[in-house]
Design a protein around this ligand. Structure first.
Ligand code: ATP
Ligand code: MG
Length: 569
C-alpha cells in the first residue's frame, strides 16, 4: 500500500468531540470518520484493523467447532412478538414499517432469528449439538452513543448461538466458547479478565463478560485478592451484615430546617453518614419505587432493575419525586411513604437510624423496619465497594475499570420454549433445545486495544491487530540510491507476505515520523541519509522505541523474525 495513493486523512489537532483516547486517535489517524451520532465509516486503515480482529475470531470460532453463517439485518417484528421482546427490548430496538405496513426492526442481536432457523431445520437429537455464528453489523439505538467505536449505534459484532440436548451438554458448549474467548483475546494481545456478569435484556441464567482492563472502561470490576472471584460490580454480591439486635428506641421527630443533603443533615443531627438512611426514588417502567440505602452507599441500578423485573430504571428528578410522593427531596423517608418501597439488605439489618419524615424540614430519629414501616422487598441493592469482603472467600477486594469486549450467556430454554424450537429425543419425545449465546464486540476491540496501548504520540497497535505490520519511510525521494533501496524493500517485504505501508509521499521527514507514530504501526523502517553515508537503514519498534541499524539486505529477514515472534505472543 503506497501512502501517496491511500486515503489516510490524519489530523494535526485533537478533535474537540472526542473524550477518550481511542476516539481521538482513531479520528486523528484517519482510521474512522463520523457520519452521524454513533455511526462511523471505517476508512481503509480502520477497516484493516477490524478485519484483523475478525480473522482471529473466525479462526478460533471455527477451531471450537462453530459454523459461520450470515443472517439478515432486517428482522420481522412478528418473531420478536413471539418472545415478548418487541416491547421489552425498549428504545434501543430501532423499529420501522416497510411499504406493505409490515413492522420490522434492525437487528441488535439475533436470538429470535436463529431460534426460528433452528426450529425449522433441526429435528432430531442427532442434529445436536450445533453452534452457529456470524460477523455482522448490528444496530442499537443507544441512548448515549459515545467514545467513537466504543459505543456506537452501528457496530460490528460476532454473535454465536449454541443448541444442545440438555443442560449438561449446553454447559459444555458454554465452556468451549469461554475457552475460545480466552484464546481470542489472548491472540489479540489484550490484557483482559473474564468476570461474572449480569444477563441484561438477553435474559438467561448465567453469564461471563470478558473485560479489557483500562481506566476509561465504563464498567467497574471487583477482583478478589485471594481467590478466583471476579465480577462486574453490577452483579457482585454484597454480603449483608448480621442484624443489629440493640433495643428499638422511641421514634423521634426532629426539626431540620433547610437540611436536605446527607452531610448537612448528619452534621446538624451530629451523626455519621452510616447512621442515616437515604430514600432514593426511581421510575421503573410505569411504576415509581423508593429504595432505602445507607447514607454513605450508592444504589446499584442493575440490581434494582433485576429485582423489579423492569426494562429500565431511572432516578426521578426533584419535580418527579415531589409529584410522586408529595414530599420535597431531602425529607423523604420510609415511614408512611406513598410509593412502593424496597430496602437494601444492609439497611434491613440496622436499628435506630435517621431518615426523612416525609414532611418538609423534618427528619426522624430511631426509625426501625418492622415497627415503623414494612417494605415490599429486602434485597442486595447497593453498589459494592472496595471495603466489602469477597462474597466467595471473605478476603479483600480490589476494583478496576474495564471495557466489555465479549459476553457469554447460558440461555437455557427461554427462547426455544417461547418459539417452540424443539428436537426429538431418542425416545421420539419433543424437547426444547437448550441454548447459549456468545457475543464479541469486534469494532469495540479495536478501540479497547488503543485504550490499552498508546502514548502521547499516538496509537501503539499490538502486532496481531495492526492494520499493517510495517511502515516503510522513504526520506530521500530525490536521491536515486535511497529511492531505489526503498522501492526494492517495498517489493521484497510484500513478496515475503509482510503487510507494509510505504510512505512515498513528498513530505518532510518530521511529518513522516509524526504520522508513523500516530498510526501506531508496530515496525518502522527508515531509508534515508544513513544509507548514503553508512549503507544502513533503521528499524524501529513503535512500542518501546528500540532501534537497530541494519544493512538493507538483512532488514527483511529481521522483520519477518520480529513479526513471527510478536504473533506468537
Ligand atoms: P454494554 O453493556 O456495553 O451495552 P451489552 O451487554 O449490551 O454491552 P451484548 O449484548 O452482550 O452487549 O453484546 C455483545 C458485545 O457487543 C459486547 O460485549 C460489546 O463488546 C459489544 N457491544 C455492545 N454494544 C455495543 C455498542 N453500542 N458499540 C460497540 N460495541 C458494542
Ligand atoms: Mg448494551
Amino acid at each position: 500500500m503506497r501512502y501517496s495513493k491511500s486515503l489516510i486523512p490524519t489530523l494535526k489537532e485533537n478533535p474537540a468531540e472526542a473524550e477518550v483516547v481511542s476516539h481521538r486517535l482513531l479520528l486523528r489517524g484517519g482510521y474512522i470518520r463520523k457520519l452521524t451520532a454513533g455511526i462511523y465509516t471505517y476508512l481503509p486503515l480502520g477497516l484493516a484493523a477490524i478485519r484483523k480482529v475478525e480473522q482471529i475470531v473466525r479462526e478460533e470460532m471455527n477451531r471450537a467447532g462453530a459454523q459461520e453463517l450470515l443472517m439478515p439485518m432486517v428482522q420481522p417484528a412478528d418473531l420478536w412478538h413471539e418472545t415478548g421482546r418487541y416491547e421489552k427490548y425498549g428504545p434501543e430496538l430501532l423499529r420501522f414499517v416497510d411499504r406493505h405496513d409490515r413492522e420490522s426492526c434492525l437487528g441488535p442481536t439475533h436470538e429470535e432469528v436463529i431460534t426460528d432457523l433452528a426450529r425449522r431445520e433441526i429435528r432430531s437429537y442427532r442434529d445436536l449439538p450445533i453452534n452457529l455464528y456470524q460477523i455482522q453489523t448490528k444496530f442499537r439505538d443507544e441512548i448515549r452513543p459515545r467514545f467513537g467505536l466504543m459505543r456506537g449505534r452501528e457496530f460490528i459484532m460476532k454473535d454465536a448461538y449454541s443448541f444442545d440436548v440438555d443442560d449438561t451438554a449446553s454447559g459444555e458448549s458454554y465452556q468451549r466458547m469461554y475457552d475460545a474467548y480466552k484464546r481470542i483475546f489472548t491472540r489479540c494481545g489484550l490484557d483482559f479478565r473474564p468476570v461474572e456478569a449480569d444477563s441484561g435484556t438477553i435474559g438467561g441464567s448465567f453469564s461471563h463478560e470478558f473485560m479489557v482492563l483500562a481506566d476509561t472502561g465504563e464498567d467497574t470490576l471487583v477482583i478478589c485478592s485471594a481467590c478466583d472471584y471476579a465480577a462486574n460490580s453490577e452483579k457482585a454480591a454484597v454480603i449483608a451484615p448480621a442484624a443489629d439486635e440493640s433495643p428499638m428506641l422511641e421514634l423521634e421527630k426532629v426539626e431540620t430546617p433547610g437540611k436536605r443533603k446527607v452531610p448537612v443533615v448528619c452534621e446538624f443531627m451530629n451523626i455519621e453518614s452510616h447512621e442515616l438512611v437515604k430514600t432514593m426514588v426511581y421510575k421503573a417502567g410505569e411504576e415509581v419505587v423508593a429504595v432505602l440505602v445507607r447514607g454513605d452507599r450508592e444504589v446499584q441500578e442493575v440490581k434494582l432493575k433485576n429485582l423489579l423485573g423492569a426494562v429500565d430504571v431511572e432516578m426521578l428528578d426533584d419535580k418527579g419525586v415531589f409529584d410522586a410522593t408529595g414530599v420535597p427531596t431531602g425529607y423523604l423517608g420510609p415511614v408512611g411513604i406513598k410509593v412502593k418501597l424496597v430496602v437494601d439488605a444492609e439497611v434491613a439489618a440496622m436499628r435506630n437510624f435517621v431518615t426523612g419524615a416525609n414532611e418538609k424540614n423534618f427528619h426522624f430519629r430511631n426509625v426501625n423496619m418492622g415497627r415503623d414501616f414494612e417494605p415490599f422487598a429486602v434485597a442486595d441493592l447497593r453498589q459494592i465497594t472496595d471495603t466489602d469482603p469477597c462474597p466467595v472467600c471473605g478476603a479483600a477486594l480490589g476494583m478496576k475499570e474495564g471495557i466489555e469486549v465479549g459476553h457469554v450467556f447460558k440461555l437455557g430454554t427461554g427462547y426455544s420454549a417461547a418459539m417452540n424450537a424443539v428436537y426429538q429425543d431418542s425416545n421420539g419425545q419433543d424437547r426444547p433445545m437448550v441454548m447459549g449465546c456468545y457475543g464479541i464486540g469486534v469494532s469495540r476491540i479495536v478501540a479497547a486495544a488503543i485504550e490499552q496501548n498508546h502514548d502521547e504520540n499516538g496509537m501503539i497497535f499490538p502486532m496481531p491487530l495492526a492494520p499493517v505490520q510495517v511502515i516503510l519511510l522513504n526520506l530521500g525521494l530525490k536521491d536515486e540510491q535511497i529511492t531505489k533501496t526503498a522501492e526494492s524493500l517495498y517489493l521484497e517485504l510484500q513478496e515475503k507476505g509482510v503487510e507494509v505501508l510505504f510512505d512515498d509521499r513528498d513530505e518532510r521527514p518530521g511529518s513522516k515520523f509524526k504520522d508513523a507514530d500516530l498510526l501506531g504501526i508496530p515496525l518502522r523502517v527508515t531509508v534515508g541519509k544513513r544509507l548514503t553515508k553508512d549503507g544502513v537503514v533503521e528499524l524501529r519498534k513503535r512500542k518501546d522505541g528500540a532501534t537497530e541499524e541494519l544493512e538493507p539486505e538483512s532488514v527483511v529477514a529481521r522483520i519477518v523474525a520480529l513479526i513471527d515472534e510478536a504473533m506468537k505472543g
